[in-house]
Design a protein around this ligand. Structure first.
Ligand code: RB5
Length: 152
């Protein structure tokens, strides 16, 4: 498995902590920035990581900003991205089992580093369950293919 990770300027310490977790898990990763605490815009980083995921350069993405919300909103605009904002291990597990989420968003200002590492570990180690959940994911993909809304 290969992972792309990125954060904005607010979340550099948590990004470093998660990189340690990835190393411990023996998971290959690319750090796509930010690389300094100079102010940046989270959409730039969410899009970089998400594009790598949908293009198949990496298998999964991890995004961190102050709350994780801006990153998740942006990532979910990219066709094929199922980004989960998960601040507990239960959600991290079930978003893999049921949603086959391919990007995880975290909030540096919300979580302690220990819990963030646990969330990342569970999220990376849980396999998608498939079965009845696939029909639901297919509906999301189907909607993404069209530019029209279900509500006319
Ligand atoms: C940056 O100030 C902050 O808005 C960002 O890190 C994030 O929390 C956005 O959702």
């Amino acid at each position: 498995m290969k992972v792309a990770i990125a954060s904005d300027h607010t979340a550099l310490p948590m990004k470093e902590e998660i990189k340690l977790e990835l190393k411990e898990l023996g998971i290959e990763f690319t750090d796509l920035g930010a690389y300094s605490d100079e102010r940046v815009d989270y959409p730039d980083y969410a899009l970089k990581v998400s594009e790598q995921v949908v293009q198949g350069v990496v298998d999964r993405g991890i995004l961190i900003c102050g709350t994780g919300i801006g990153m998740s909103i942006t990532a979910n605009k990219v066709r094929g991205i199922r980004c989960a904002l998960a601040h507990d291990t239960f959600s991290a597990k079930f978003t893999r089992l049921h949603n086959d989420s391919n990007v995880l968003a975290l909030g540096q200002r919300v979580l302690g580093h220990g819990l963030a590492r646990e969330i990342v570990k569970v999220w990376l180690e849980t396999e998608y369950e498939g079965g009845r959940h696939q029909r639901r994911i297919d509906k999301i993909a189907e909607y993404e293919k069209s530019s029209c809304s279900y509500v006319n």
